[in-house]
Design a protein around this ligand. Structure first.
Ligand SMILES: Nc1nc2c(c(=O)[nH]1)N[C@H]1C(S)=C(S)[C@@H](COP(=O)(O)OP(=O)(O)OC[C@H]3O[C@@H](n4cnc5c(=O)[nH]c(N)nc54)[C@H](O)[C@@H]3O)O[C@H]1N2
Ligand SMILES: Nc1nc2c(c(=O)[nH]1)N[C@H]1C(S)=C(S)[C@@H](COP(=O)(O)OP(=O)(O)OC[C@H]3O[C@@H](n4cnc5c(=O)[nH]c(N)nc54)[C@H](O)[C@@H]3O)O[C@H]1N2
Ligand SMILES: [Mo]
Length: 764
């Protein structure tokens, strides 16, 4: 029998079909498959919540100009009518305002296949149409994306690609300092798909050999895959202060590697003066940091002593920088590793993102597999991705980004494909208000997500299980043919087919499709891959053979890397692409920007919201990644649903905190602040600080008016989070910088509306 496979951001699977049901078994050799995959099929077969036909928002048809865009009814229509409507509307906006009035930034993860990559399809389509306002960087690690080129002369992508490989850590590292932990929860994921999950294995191999691990985090559970971890419980948002105090201790013991610092870094004198207190009169002592971090100075002294004579890796997860002044802990972590002088050696130095996704530090050859050509965008306007609300609120408004002044364009039409801004954006009530501003919002999705319900024209896209595609991830040792395993739900079409319909009305279907069918495109991608494989020294099978087996494993894929090794071996010949050619502990370019929220060297800057200024009844909200979902994807699937408490997203509280507020395990609570309120079910654990609460992201947004109060009733933390950039340098999102209050919910539990589709008038 022919084996059929498929793949996703959370893993690769072998499909079998029983009498009625599709069953996905994790593909070998994935010995640690993801929990997320267990909810995939049920979510995609949730026919209540799948979108079956194109539909138009009633208020839009009535000409409400967006006023009732959030929570309206829909009227189903035919593909012909809906695609013509969209074509006409695109043309109207282009003719009246120009292409920059179309926002196609459309951030989101969608599905893992290379051809049906929603963002690439949208961008190719809009480029054929003359362009669009785009978005820059990510929610994941925007602070790093702007900072790293200044201080190590590499893009974040290159830095991630070159991260020192796990086997070298397992073999050589003696002390791993993990800021934010290294979590096998987040390591379930790889953008563009993965055939294996390996982070837990490598951590265990390293500790079995004797590597000591200190998890510096508000949650002990951030490092739960290894038993021997020491937990240094730190106040969120204060890592930079702790790092400065550790640097102070190294200086006091004169243990800094001066020859490394002078040979490989620039700006050490300025940073040293700041640490010693010569700049602001405050020496960054353990006593100074103790008050800020809520960690005793004794513990900081003990931690500082551990460094001496050891081979150390200083690692940060991505979450640590998704916070106000998120640039600083990255920069100071790099500075600390520079003081220890072990950058460029196997298994030590500075790491960023281990565990945040599974392939960071993977010992595999990198192969630049092809992607769908997107064409060129003649429109130069863009926004830093998390500025969507600010852009809609403030057309013509000024802001700073990456050292330049920018102006928000005036957006008349928003086109979103493969993302869920009403999951990912901070301060969702504020986004709801701004969302009413554009003339028209067009969305493709397979399910009635919160964003789908806030579209004027919604197109049903097929999902990955309903299409043929190829998973090719440059950091994965396998290529997977993703076979179509189900018939599309209702009249759903692939994003490519949807765009083809619209392009036909606009007269550029041939250039959009390049006169290729979907099958032709898959063959074309395979042909490009064959050439790439040839240059890498191996041969790919013919396309039909690949389709038949469903999998190709790259031969001799094993390869290890050491971050910045070439530069360390040859600091002149392989100088870094920075101003000084070295690691920059002080950046003249950043200093010249004169930003109070990102000075010229790593600096402790008080966050806008933090426990240091909290009232006694306030807690710090950590809204990290969910265990049983990818963001909001599969929230309606059986696995994510099985974790809900009375249908609400669970939050995590310390038992002492719960008893202080008269709350018990399993209770429903209201979490609230000045921006909003949501309901959540309580789980108790001593693995979290007493002054924190954790509520993962991604419960489908369900705001309701309950007795005159606007409350999100499902447990979406983004009604509470703050919409503010990390700084005027990177403008990254600051989801982890949020204070909240809690109280037991004693009222009647409101029914969820998000678990049912919106009101739809069927097509007659
Ligand atoms: N509070 C808080 N907020 C956060 C974060 C946090 O840590 N805390 N993390 C942030 C981060 S790092 C990220 S990356 C973002 C993620 O934010 P998103 O990437 O926007 O989240 P997803 O839920 O993955 O959204 C993908 C959408 O694509 C749809 N989709 C899937 N396949 C297809 C397809 O083939 N075609 C089409 N048209 N649609 C498809 C899914 O149904 C879903 O609605 O969230 C950010 N938001
Ligand atoms: N299961 C699952 N895995 C995922 C995803 C998913 O949706 N589900 N999404 C993927 C994506 S798009 C991304 S970008 C990555 C994100 O990966 P990360 O950014 O690493 O994940 P987070 O969950 O945001 O943060 C991890 C932990 O950091 C800790 N933390 C928060 N603030 C601070 C702080 O100020 N200091 C310290 N020391 N620790 C802090 C929290 O306790 C939190 O649990 O995850 C990926 N992996
Ligand atoms: Mo992300």
């Amino acid at each position: 029998m022919k084996v059929k496979r498929t793949a996703s951001h959370w893993g690769s699977y072998i499909a079998s079909t029983g009498l009625q049901n599709l069953f996905l078994a994790p593909d070998t050799p994935d010995t640690n498959p993801s929990q997320i995959g267990k909810g995939w099929v049920s979510a995609m077969q949730d026919t209540d919540l799948r979108i079956k036909r194109p539909a138009i928002r009633k208020g839009w048809l009535d000409g409400d100009q967006g006023a009732n865009r959030c929570g309206d009814e829909y009227v189903e229509t035919s593909w012909e009518e809906a695609s013509k409507l969209v074509a006409d509307e695109l043309q109207r906006v282009k003719t009246s305002y120009g292409n920059q009035a179309i926002y196609g930034g459309s951030y989101g993860w969608a599905s893992a296949g290379r051809f049906h990559h929603a963002q690439s399809q949208l961008k190719r389509f809009l480029n054929c149409f003359g362009g669009y306002t785009s978005s820059r960087n990510t929610y994941s690690h925007a602070a790093a994306e702007v900072l790293l080129p200044h201080i190590v002369g590499m893009s974040n992508k290159l830095f991630q690609d070159n991260m020192t490989s796990w086997p070298l850590i397992a073999e050589h590292c003696e002390l791993l300092l993990a800021f934010g932990g290294i979590s096998t929860n987040t390591a379930q994921i790889a953008s563009s798909g993965t055939s294996i999950h390996e982070v837990g294995y490598w951590l265990n191999a390293a500790t079995a050999r004797g590597m000591e691990v200190v998890n510096i985090s508000p949650q002990k559970s951030d490092m739960s895959s290894i038993k021997s971890t020491q937990w240094l419980s730190i106040r969120p948002g204060t890592d930079t202060a702790l790092m400065l105090a550790l640097a102070y201790e190294i200086l006091q013991s004169n243990a800094q590697d001066e020859s490394f610092l002078s040979r490989y870094t620039s700006g050490w004198p300025q940073l040293r003066a700041y640490i010693a207190g010569e700049v602001d009169g405050i020496a960054k002592t353990p006593e100074w940091a103790a008050d800020i971090c809520a960690v005793s100075s004794d513990k900081i002294y003990t931690l500082g002593k551990k460094f001496i004579g050891k081979r150390v890796m200083i690692a940060l997860n991505w979450g640590v920088q998704r916070a106000d002044h998120g640039e600083q802990p990255i920069w100071m972590g790099l500075a600390l590793a520079s003081m220890l002088g072990q950058i460029g050696q196997p298994g030590t130095g500075f790491g960023f993102g281990y565990g945040s996704t599974t392939p960071v530090g993977r010992p595999a050859q990198l192969i630049p597999w092809p992607s769908l050509p997107q064409g060129n965008n003649p429109v130069k306007d863009f926004i830093p991705v998390s500025h969507i609300t600010k852009m809609l609120e403030n057309p013509g408004g000024h802001y700073k980004f990456a050292g330049r002044n920018h102006i928000y364009p005036d957006i008349r039409l928003v086109y979103w494909v493969g993302g869920n801004p009403f999951h990912h954006q901070q301060d969702l009530s504020r986004l709801e208000r701004a969302w009413t501003k554009p003339d028209t919002v067009i969305v493709h999705d397979h399910s009635w997500t919160a964003t789908a319900r806030r579209a004027d024209i919604i197109f049903p896209s097929s999902c990955a299980l309903e299409r043929n595609d190829i998973m090719m991830n440059r950091r994965d040792p396998a290529l997977i043919y993703m076979s179509k395993l189900m018939e599309p739900c209702g009249e759903a079409l692939s994003d490519h087919q949807i765009f083809k319909h619209i392009a036909r009305h606009l007269g550029f279907a041939d250039s959009f499709t390049d006169n290729k069918s979907e099958k032709d495109w898959l063959r074309w991608l395979w042909l490009q891959s064959k050439n790439i494989a040839d240059s890498a020294g191996f041969t790919l099978p013919d396309f039909d053979d690949f389709v038949a087996t469903g999998k190709f494993e790259t031969p001799d894929a094993y390869e290890t890397r050491v971050q910045m090794r070439d530069f360390i071996n040859n600091p002149v010949g392989a100088a870094l692409n920075t101003q000084s050619g070295k690691i920059m502990l002080y950046s003249e370019a950043i200093a010249a920007m004169d930003l109070s929220n990102c000075p010229g060297h790593p600096t402790w800057l008080t966050p806008i919201e933090w426990l240091g200024c909290a009232k006694p009844d306030q807690l710090h909200l950590i809204s990290g990644q969910p265990h049983a979902r990818l963001h909001s994807q599969l929230d309606n699937g059986c696995e994510a649903q099985s974790l809900k408490i009375k249908g609400r997203e669970p939050c995590v509280l310390h038992p002492e905190t719960a008893s202080r507020f008269g709350i018990r395990d399993g209770d429903i609570i209201k979490i609230f602040n000045q921006r909003g309120a949501c309901l959540s079910g309580v789980t108790l654990t001593d693995q979290i600080r007493q002054d924190c609460i954790a509520l993962t992201t991604g419960a489908w947004f369900d705001p309701q008016n309950i007795d005159g109060e606007q409350i999100e009733v499902h447990g979406n933390p983004n009604v509470l989070t703050l919409d503010k950039g990390t700084s005027d340098l990177a403008q990254g999102s600051t989801a982890h910088t949020t204070l909240v209050k809690i109280q037991k919910w004693v009222g009647k539990l409101p029914e969820l509306t998000i678990s049912k589709p919106p009101k739809i008038t069927p097509m007659i």
